[in-house]
Design a protein around this ligand. Structure first.
Ligand code: 3SK
Length: 494
């Protein structure tokens, strides 16, 4: 199996080339057109002298062009590394160095493109081109154990880690969670999660194209209004989003916005924990089952999911086909039902490891499987329940953010002696960011609060901004004088 054969060529060979594969804000592409565009892109890579097999950055908003770039890279035999255009130039340059990228494809507005080019230094950079280049021959083969895709995910220190996926891993998620979704060529999938996030990449590229279905790509930031407009325009049968998007939909519909969900047959919630009540309310709003999935970049996509035929609200579900899940203690020993422990997954979609981080790889890819970084337990009935993250990472609508990353951006605020960032809960039970700060001598709590609010606005992108600022006389410490972060964290609903 290779990706281009699985996602494109076999549909064209089966006479399905005329069916729509992709729809974005400006155009639609049939399977035949997408195949030609991917082949042309591969030809352009050859003409530009790009080294076959290299890792290649793909930086662009969700669009047909971005998917063409990924498929063209696969056709040519390269390894795409899809990055969010929301990342800063320095963050993209870090990834370019970290993965030793040999090439970058960039689709960004001119000013931003120029600054990123400068940040990337000597790396060969190409922009989208519509030219038809020389015939590049059939798609490059990928053996099962070959690296085929790299996805970046946050580490608990705030430094992103490149996760190396294999061809066998791609096949495994298509057979695994793909079987739960059970897409057919008549499905239209709309994912509000972005291609740069593993969840969005699977939803928008792997599952729909493997099934010969239609995938809708939304450019720019997606809020609940954009999502409703897209639902009405594209009439998806499957909607994929993070729980907080469903919470936001419920909120605006309650305040009078009209949503017609009648095209849907299924909704998917993953990326962060879906609280039981939100699950039930979202299912009532949409009139379809809302499947809750738990995934991780290290296992490519969803490995635990509730049953679409009988969703148990509040449950994280059962292992999808091909997956074995256990809850383990700190020594890696399986725990009985009811005991909280580290979620351990055995699956052929386990990644090959992190790029250049042998210690992190050894910790995560251990005991014959993968520790997802979640604390969970198994009920007597055999389904799994998510408890919290095993590390300090905040999970903000699927963005895993290290508190240290936010703390570093806020330490520059005037008049702050010390601060700490932890996860809190909003009314729906979703995680939000809370900063606890101690004012410097002579600074009033109000002055400290104002300075922090300014730093939050100026230094942080919207998804990382704390929603609450608490001013304290001192931060709590343990008996040994260390910061007691856990005493500031909000507990999860039962
Ligand atoms: O929740 C996640 O982090 C995730 C990552 C990759 C693919 C799917 C999911 C849900």
């Amino acid at each position: 199996m290779d990706p281009v054969e699985t996602l494109l060529l076999r549909h064209v060979a089966a006479g399905q080339g005329g069916r729509t594969a992709l729809a974005d804000h400006v155009r639609t592409l049939t399977y035949a057109e997408l195949t030609q565009a991917a082949c042309d892109h591969a030809g352009a890579l050859a003409a530009a002298g790009v080294r076959r097999g290299c890792r290649a950055l793909v930086v662009g908003d969700d669009s047909a062009d971005t998917v063409v770039a990924v498929l063209g890279l696969w056709w040519y035999g390269c390894v795409p590394v899809v990055l969010s255009p929301m990342l800063r130039d320095a963050e993209i340059a870090f990834v370019a160095r970290d993965c030793a990228a040999g090439y970058a494809w960039i689709a960004l507005p001119k000013g931003r493109r120029d600054s990123l080019r400068e940040a990337l230094g000597p790396l060969p950079v190409h922009e989208p081109r519509a030219t038809r280049a020389a015939d590049v021959g059939p798609p490059a083969p990928f053996v099962p154990e070959a690296e085929v895709l790299v996805q970046y995910t946050s580490g608990s220190t705030g430094q992103p880690r490149g996760v190396r996926h294999s061809m066998a891993g791609l096949r495994a998620v298509l057979d695994g969670f793909g079987g739960v979704l059970a897409l057919t060529p008549d499905d239209t999938v709309l994912s509000t999660a972005k291609l740069s996030f593993g969840y969005g990449f699977g939803n928008s590229v792997l599952f729909p194209l493997a099934a010969g279905a239609r995938s809708v790509l939304l450019a720019g930031p997606v809020d609940p209004y954009t999502a409703i407009t897209a639902v009405h325009r594209h009439r998806p049968t499957v909607l994929c989003a993070v729980p907080r998007l469903y919470a936001a939909l419920l909120d605006i519909v309650a305040r009078g916005t009209v949503l017609d969900p009648s095209s849907l047959r299924l909704a998917l919630a993953a990326g962060e924990h879906l609280p039981a009540e939100l699950s039930a309310r979202a299912a009532r709003l949409l009139g379809v089952p809302v499947v809750n999935g738990l995934g991780a970049t290290e296992v490519l996509h969803i490995v635990l999911a509730t049953d679409p035929r009988d969703v148990l609200h509040g449950s994280t579900g059962n292992p999808v086909p091909g997956v074995t899940a256990t809850v383990r203690d700190d020594d890696g020993r399986p725990l009985p039902a009811g005991s909280h422990g580290r979620l351990h997954i055995r699956t052929a979609s386990a990644a090959l490891g992190y790029i250049d981080r042998p210690e992190d790889s050894a910790r995560t890819f251990a005991d014959g499987g993968v520790y997802t970084g979640d604390i969970a337990y198994r009920t007597e009935d055999g389904d799994f329940r998510h408890v919290c993250r095993a590390d300090d990472l905040l999970n903000l609508g699927g963005f895993k953010v290290a508190p240290a990353e936010i703390e570093a951006e806020l330490r520059t605020a005037d008049g702050i002696a010390d601060l700490v960032v932890v996860g809190g809960r909003d009314d729906t039970g979703l995680e939000q960011v809370v900063v606890h700060a101690v004012p410097a001598d002579g600074v009033t709590p109000d002055q400290a609060r104002r300075a922090l609010r300014r730093a939050i606005r100026e230094n942080l992108p919207p998804h990382k901004r704390p929603s609450h600022v608490e001013v304290l006389a001192a931060l709590p410490t343990t008996s040994t004088g260390k910061l007691a972060r856990y005493r500031l964290r909000a507990p999860r609903e039962p």
